[in-house]
Design a protein around this ligand. Structure first.
Ligand code: IPD
Length: 255
């Protein structure tokens, strides 16, 4: 199963490169708000992924960012973000990825994140660890906010809901050594699993943004919780870090 997912993410990454740096204005449009973009690449890559999945697992369900949820009674569901970091992609910024996760009865059991321009392929299978290009991943051992490099995003701003996101940001940011905001929640989560970032937080994300990344963090020894310390992820926010740091990030985000 993991070999299929890894290979599919890689091939979907190759597909995305057919469009990267080549989009014209007419290839990009707004979604719920004009700040929330979709391109012909998002749609083409998602259609490619779904076609390949249906060839092998015709009865499985699918939940894709652009095509929505399919009708299926199967306990298996493929959660797909065909281009995570669309804003970056349309501006030829390399920090984007393809995120594919397989859920069973509502929990991720396998997933892969391919960042083709960065040359990185992350993957994880429940109970078997998280890896990048064959190397086993572990979250960082950083355990204080003032020595932590933590990533975030502003999904709520895209939906024209600046608060409480901005108040939370202004509270926690001065406590941290560094804040990263690079525009792909899926890569941010994979970087937490790899120990590149010490933590991540964001509110307003969708399941397809985080489906593969949350499995990678937990398989790399980290924890994922919502802003209340529960598992209502991503609905009540997402925090991902080592167990020690996650508690401190959650506390710092309380208003
Ligand atoms: C977006 C990215 C971004 C995050 C947004 C997401 P998309 O995904 O992950 O980092 O801040 O909330 O929507 O829309 O480009 O697939």
């Amino acid at each position: 199963m993991i070999d299929f997912i890894k290979d599919l993410a890689k091939r979907a990454g190759d597909k995305s490169l057919e469009y990267f740096g080549k989009l014209s204005d007419s290839d990009v449009s707004g979604k719920a708000t004009k700040k929330d973009l979709v391109s012909i690449a998002d749609k083409a890559v998602e259609q490619f992924i779904i076609t390949e999945i249906k060839k092998r697992y015709p009865d499985h369900g699918v939940f894709g960012e652009e095509s929505g949820r399919s009708d299926s009674d199967s306990p298996y569901c493929w959660v797909i973000d065909p281009i995570d970091g669309t804003q970056n992609f349309v501006n030829s910024h390399p920090f984007y990825c393809i995120s594919i996760a397989l859920f069973y009865n509502g929990s991720p059991i396998a997933g892969s994140i391919c960042a083709p321009v960065l040359g990185k392929l992350f993957y994880a299978e429940k109970g078997k660890g998280a890896f990048e290009n064959g190397k086993k991943l572990s979250v960082s051992v950083c355990h204080t906010l003032d020595t932590a490099s933590v990533a975030t995003g502003f999904a709520e701003l895209r939906q024209n809901r600046p608060e409480p996101t901005l108040s939370r940001f202004c509270k926690i940011a001065p406590m941290l050594r560094d804040v990263k905001r690079c525009g792909s929640a899926a890569i941010d989560l994979a970087f937490v699993a790899a120990g590149i970032y010490d933590g991540f937080w964001e509110e307003g994300l969708a399941l397809y943004d985080v489906g593969a990344g949350i499995l990678m963090v937990t398989e790399a020894g980290g924890v994922v919780c919502d802003f209340n310390g529960k598992d209502d992820v991503p609905g009540s926010g997402v925090i991902a870090a080592s167990p020690e740091l996650a508690v401190q990030i959650r506390s710092a985000l309380q208003l």
